[in-house]
Design a protein around this ligand. Sequence first.
Ligand code: SAM
Length: 309
Amino acid sequence: MTRSAEDAAMKVGQMLETFCVNDRDRSKRWSRLVRAQARRVAILNAKRVLGFIWPGLRYRGQPEILAAYDRQWRKKKWEKYRMGSGLEGAPWVWRDRKLLLSNEAGAAVRLTYMDAALTSLRPRSVLEVGCGNGINLLLLAAAYPAVQFFGIEPTENGWSAAQRVVHEGRLPDVLKQFSPLAIVDEGAVSRIRFERGSAAKLPYREGSFDVVFTSLALEQMEAIRSQAMTEIVRVAKSYIVMLEPFCDVNSGGLRRRYVKAYDYFQGAISDLPRYGLEVISIEKDMPHKAWLGTALVVATKSDAAEHSA
Ligand SMILES: C[S@@+](CC[C@H](N)C(=O)[O-])C[C@H]1O[C@@H](n2cnc3c(N)ncnc32)[C@H](O)[C@@H]1O
């Protein structure tokens, strides 16, 4: 485990105390939710087999994914980030712990790991690809006002939610309470540059950003995986950080079946050199949904590594 991942794990360990499934009712609820997901996955995979007979039943491609996220970001208000008691949520696992975590608590966990990875790289400019409603960048910008942050997101509603905070020039109070990072200058959100666009064709010049990162965004880009990876590597100057469900952590059981059912990302960490990347660190020991593992990978461009050698 790298030093930065160790720090993140310690912070997250404290953060998750209240979310542990440590009584019979919550334990039962945890198991019931996993079984329900297993049933949904079995039905979807059966439909996939039928899709060979009726094409069209089969694939969840980019148009369907983007339409679904556009609806999700339209519905999601910042108020959702007000942290509850941890009694509700989806089943997660970490080491020997079973947890019930809301999507928002999950976002705080990922941001803690991402923060640790990013700060160890000391970037001056950072791009997030597939930034959704901008939650990661809004909180990172308020924590690191000296860094220039950029975000790109294809959905109108994701982009406009982020852009509204930029115009207001301050974080909504609920996000200040939610942030797992110390807020240094909330006004720094006004300097974030959010664009609308797809990872398939990034509107930036080569080597524009010290770091490019993705957080559960490549997971939605299986249909354009190769294009997106090539573009991400092109616009990065030095480092790429990916917190994604690499197939290395989803190789069997319900996790494997879930990835297939929802047409999720199937990239392997060992594939990254094909895109001109040299892997610096891999962190697999992190909390994740019971049916989808994630890994945090930090990589550098092979040519950047050669130049600095
Ligand atoms: C699970 S959400 C993650 C959002 C954000 N990264 C976070 O951590 O909260 C996946 C995001 O990927 C975006 N996405 C899907 N296809 C994309 C593409 N081709 N280019 C860029 N983003 C894409 C979706 O619109 C959605 O906002």
